[in-house]
Design a protein around this ligand. Structure first.
Ligand SMILES: *Cc1c(COP(=O)(O)O)cnc(C)c1O
Length: 234
């Protein structure tokens, strides 16, 4: 993708974020754009940094490890953050703690315990989100709604993890309005947990196809790949 095209895309996405935030009576700054760089090459990531993007996400630890090295690793000092948004296996917890500022996909107590152990070893407080599964059929990853409070309580007692909020990935629909109930549900879960005394400021929800709806429903992080970098080549 040419740099011009990339700049165009980023500008359009920012504009849509701002418009949706304002429509929702929220400040555009309350929404963080997380650029999803899976399958995107390092050069293009560099261009995106030059264009002003600061938050990036990968869904595979191995791919992220290749990308977040050398040049790009030094950018951490420039306020760049890396997020893990794909399923994490326990045996990769150590590398994940090493690489990522925010791990968005914690969905079992066992994984949380391993992350806590690794974070403790590195002397790091690892920021995490709990991934919730709201689709009743074909549940792949994420904690089911009914088990969420239990997991939250468990993680809350871990000294090297800090839970900052919730993440979800609804099933794909062409019509973005179809995902609205999922976003609304995630927000309600968060609000209910806050009523119980937990603090969960972040809601990571919304992708290229539906981030505006997600913002209207309270998203504080939108994870956008295709709308910035174009269609992914497999
Ligand atoms: C790939 C991916 C995204 C971005 O999807 P786009 O439709 O390309 O914006 C967001 N979240 C997760 C978890 C992903 O795997």
């Amino acid at each position: 993708m040419s740099k011009i095209q990339l700049l165009d895309n980023i500008e359009i996405v920012y504009k849509k974020i701002a418009d949706a935030a304002i429509r929702a009576g929220r400040s555009p700054e309350a929404v963080n754009l997380i650029a999803v760089t899976k399958t995107v090459d390092g050069c293009t990531v560099r261009d995106a940094v030059d264009a002003g993007l600061r938050h990036f996400a990968e869904n595979r630890v191995q791919e992220a490890r290749k990308k977040i090295t050398g040049d790009i690793s030094r950018l951490k000092d420039a306020g760049i953050t890396w997020h893990l948004i794909g399923h994490l296996q326990k045996n990769k917890a150590r590398i994940a703690v090493d690489l990522f500022d925010l791990i968005q996909t914690v969905d079992t107590l066992a994984l949380a315990e391993e992350l806590n152990r690794q974070a403790q070893k590195s002397g790091k407080i690892q920021r995490v989100l709990i991934q919730v599964s709201l689709a009743d059929e074909e549940r792949k990853h994420g904690i089911p709604r009914d088990d969420f409070i239990g997991l939250l309580k468990g993680i809350n007692g871990m000294s090297s993890l800090r839970v900052e909020g919730l993440m979800t990935m609804p099933p794909f629909f062409d019509d973005p309005e179809m995902t609205r109930p999922y976003f609304r549900e995630l927000r309600k879960m968060r609000d209910d947990a806050e009523t119980m005394g937990f603090r969960l400021p972040e809601l990571s929800m919304g992708m290229s196809n539906d981030f505006e709806v997600a913002i209207l429903e309270g998203a504080t992080m939108v994870r956008v790949g295709t709308a910035i970098f174009g269609e992914r080549v497999k």
